[in-house]
Structure formats: structure tokens, C-alpha cells
Design a protein around this ligand. Structure first.
Ligand code: B12
Length: 368
């Protein structure tokens, strides 16, 4: 068995569902794409996403100078049922960073046992390596038009990771598959974030708006978020490859039951800082932080057309410690409308002192 075949066998034994080998040459087309997108302002909401970072993240040897190979790895998620339409599938279970890092360590140890001491650096998501570019080069799948990596068996429900190593391994070939004429993902995106095939405007993507954005959600985009409070799966749900896919079941990624369906969202408005931490311990959702998540919950309730949401929103607008949450609760009351919502807004403008929240209340009471 070749060294590459032994490595892939060890990767599957460590719990990954896909493994392939990529060479370590810089990812030139991707570097160009990243630099262009950043210069076009498509990533202005992510200040850490700079052209300097793009240069490093597309050059594996800038990350490990003696590197000879990239072992590209993927774990499947998205099997089973969960709160569809509120929380993106990738966040239904345990935080994937923790799960993949544990498996990367298992693989690192088994590689050392098999090949002796080797140098290796591991990456998953927050690591400075373009995860999808490595996976494409290693033949794990192809770039979908929504920019996600698609595999014909597992769809795009994949978490990606890499082990960059000094081991010399025979590289795999990229697949020739592609999305053909399909553009379902482009058509379905409510915010029009896929501005062209393979081009996502980060600052309009619901995933960015609900997870990464720290301040207010631009008002004109709020109605388009629907019920999503963390991430978004719309461009993956409509994908015909995903509809045929058979995700692998992993206990770690199964829906844990601490996430509510739309009807139960209001209960989240009652979480204080400590309760939020306990509720979302070990979940990727903690990334949004309490203020961000409750901001999103307020928007989702505003979009729900459910009169039962008025009372909890009015309570949050009156007494939540975060102006961000009070402001979005006000917006949601304005969107729901009705006499109870109007009365709550009229009451709040008399007592609210924060200028940002006052502006939201004023807009909600007198939309322009
Ligand atoms: C920043 C980031 C985001 C941003 C920006 C998304 C984006 N499309 O870039 C936001 C916050 C919006 C985001 C959202 C999501 N993300 Co994210 N995110 C990342 C991160 C950290 C960097 C991605 C990056 O480099 N973007 C830069 C831009 C320029 O890349 P790009 O537009 O896709 O362009 C690439 C390709 O399309 C290709 N390309 C460019 N032009 C062309 C032209 C042609 C013809 C072709 C074929 C290819 C091609 O080259 C580019 C460079 O790789 C990666 C982790 C990592 N370290 O790589 C995860 C990552 C991409 N995210 C991931 C996930 C799961 C998501 C979400 C599905 C989560 C969710 N459900 O809400 C959504 C998907 C939204 C979407 N449609 O992209 C996974 C994707 C797994 C997969 N199957 O591909 C990753 C790989 C994390 C991981 N380790 O598993 N994410």
C-alpha cells in the first residue's frame, strides 16, 4: 500500500469521512479571487479578512516552510431532524471546531506511530488556510456556485480541515464534476448575496448577518432573514446534489434539543448572560454572543406574524440590558403592528434614554 493510501486509511480510522492529498504549491487563482473580492468591498464586514491574510492563507509553505503535502479532510453533518429554518444545520450539535480538532489530534498521533516523528500543522476553519481550495485540489469535491464544496455522495454538508505535513505523499486529482447549468442557490438567496456564480457578498449573507455581525442588522435586510436566528441553509437546501446526498450520522452533530423551533423562540429572550452561557455551552451558537443572538431572535419574531410575540418583545424592549436587543425588539414590534405593539412603543419612547434605541423606537412607531 502506498504512503498516501495508508494516510487515507488512518484518516478514516480517526473518524473523518473523506480524505485526499493535495500538493503544497500556492493556490494562485484563489489568491486572486480573494484579493479581488476584498478590494471590491465584499468582505468589509470582516475586518480581519485582509489581503495580507489572503496571501498567507493561499500559501501552505508560509504556514509550514518544510511542508510537502496537505492532507485534506472532511466530516459529514446534517443527518437527522432538527429546527430547520431557525438554526443552520451545522450548529445543531456540538461545536464542530472541537470535534474536528480532537480527530486531527488522533490522526496526528497515528501518523507519528506509522511514519515516525513528522512535522504537522492542523487547520480547521479559523486556521489561516483556504479550506475549500485544499479540498478541491485534493479531489474531495468541487466548488458549488454558492461557493461551498460539494461532494457527489455527501453533498455540501461537510466540515473541512487540513493537516499540512512534511510527509511526501502522492497527490490526488481534482474532480471534473461541476454544477453545470444549475443556479438554484443563486435564485433562492433572499438577500441576493450570491451576486454571481462563485461570488458571495459576505456583507449580505444571512450567515454573516446572524453570526459575525456585531452591531445592528441593516434595516432593509431584516425582513429577508425570515426565521433564521443563527446561520442559514437556504442555498444548500435547494441544491439538487444535497437533495440526493446521504450524510453520515455522527452523534456529535445530532440535534441536541437545546435549540427552539420558531414557536419557542420567545423563550430565548429571557436568557441572561449566565443562562446564555449554560444553554449554549459546547455549541457553535455561542459565537454570536448573547446580544447578537437575542438581536436575531427579535428580528425572527418580528417576521413571524405571530401576535403572541408582542408581549415578550415588549418586555425585552423595556428591560433588556443591551441597547442592541432593545432596538431590534422595537423594530420587531413595529413590523408586527397592532394596538398592543403600538402602545408598548409609545410607552418605551417616554422612558428610553439610549439614542440608538430611541431612533429604532421612533422608526418603528413612524416608519418612513
Ligand atoms: C469567511 C467565511 C465565511 C463568510 C464568507 C463566505 C464565503 N463564501 O466566503 C460567511 C460568514 C458568510 C460564511 C458563511 C458560511 N460558511 Co463559512 N467560512 C468562511 C471561512 C473562514 C473563509 C472562506 C473564504 O476564504 N472566503 C473567501 C472568498 C473569496 O471565497 P469564495 O468567495 O468562496 O471564493 C472561493 C471559491 O469560490 C473559489 N472561486 C473563486 N472564483 C471562482 C470561480 C470559479 C469558476 C470557480 C470554480 C471557483 C472560484 O476560490 C475562492 C477561494 O477559495 C471558511 C474557513 C476557511 N478557513 O476556509 C469557512 C467555510 C467556508 N464556511 C463553511 C460553512 C459551513 C459556512 C455556512 C454553510 C454556514 C451556515 N450554514 O450558515 C455558510 C455558507 C454561506 C456561503 N454560501 O458561502 C465551511 C464550508 C464547508 C463546505 N462544504 O464548503 C468552511 C470551509 C468552514 C469549515 N472548515 O468547514 N463563511
Amino acid at each position: 500500500m502506498s504512503a498516501a493510501a495508508r494516510v487515507k486509511k488512518l484518516a478514516l480510522a480517526a473518524g473523518f469521512d473523506l480524505a485526499g492529498i493535495a500538493a503544497v504549491q500556492p493556490f494562485e487563482p484563489e489568491r486572486q479571487a480573494l484579493t479581488d473580492r476584498i478590494n471590491q468591498g465584499l468582505f468589509s464586514g470582516l475586518p480581519w479578512f485582509t489581503t495580507e491574510r489572503a496571501a498567507v492563507s493561499t500559501d501552505p509553505r508560509a504556514l509550514l516552510p518544510e511542508a510537502r503535502s496537505i492532507i485534506s479532510l472532511a466530516m459529514s453533518y446534517g443527518a437527522g431532524e432538527g429546527p430547520q429554518g431557525t438554526v443552520a444545520r451545522y450548529a445543531w450539535g456540538e461545536d464542530y471546531h472541537d470535534v474536528l480538532r480532537r480527530r486531527l489530534e488522533v490522526l496526528r498521533h497515528s501518523l507519528a506511530a506509522e511514519f515516525g516523528e513528522i512535522e504537522a500543522r492542523t487547520f480547521v476553519d479559523t486556521g489561516r488556510l483556504v479550506d475549500r481550495a485544499a479540498a478541491v485540489r485534493a479531489g474531495l469535491g468541487w466548488y458549488g456556485k454558492n461557493t461551498n464544496l460539494l461532494n457527489s455522495r455527501l453533498g455540501s454538508w461537510l466540515f473541512l480541515a487540513e493537516l499540512v505535513t512534511t510527509l511526501e505523499l502522492e497527490p490526488d486529482r481534482p474532480t471534473r464534476q461541476n454544477c453545470g447549468h444549475c443556479h438554484a442557490c443563486i435564485d433562492v438567496c433572499p438577500t441576493g448575496a450570491i451576486v454571481a456564480p462563485y461570488v458571495v457578498d459576505n456583507d449580505r449573507c444571512i450567515s454573516f448577518l446572524t453570526i459575525e455581525l456585531r452591531g445592528p442588522i441593516p434595516r432593509h435586510l431584516r425582513p429577508l432573514l425570515g426565521g433564521y436566528i443563527f446561520g442559514c441553509d437556504l442555498c444548500q437546501d435547494v441544491c439538487p446534489v444535497n437533495q440526493q446526498a446521504r450524510p453520515v450520522e455522527h452523534q456529535e452533530f445530532a440535534f441536541k434539543g437545546q435549540l427552539p423551533a420558531v414557536a419557542e423562540l420567545a423563550a430565548l429572550l429571557e436568557l441572561d448572560e449566565e443562562a446564555f452561557r449554560q444553554h449554549f455551552r459546547g455549541s457553535a451558537i455561542k459565537r454570536a454572543k448573547r446580544a447578537g443572538l437575542l438581536r436575531n431572535v427579535a428580528v425572527a419574531l418580528g417576521n413571524s406574524s405571530d401576535p403572541a410575540a408582542v408581549a415578550p418583545l415588549a418586555a425585552a424592549m423595556r428591560s433588556d440590558p443591551e441597547p442592541l436587543v432593545r432596538g431590534h425588539a422595537a423594530w420587531a414590534l413595529g413590523r408586527l403592528g397592532g394596538s398592543a405593539a403600538e402602545a408598548a412603543l409609545a410607552e418605551a419612547i417616554r422612558t428610553e434614554t439610549d439614542p440608538y434605541v430611541r431612533e429604532e423606537i421612533d422608526f418603528a412607531a413612524h416608519p418612513r
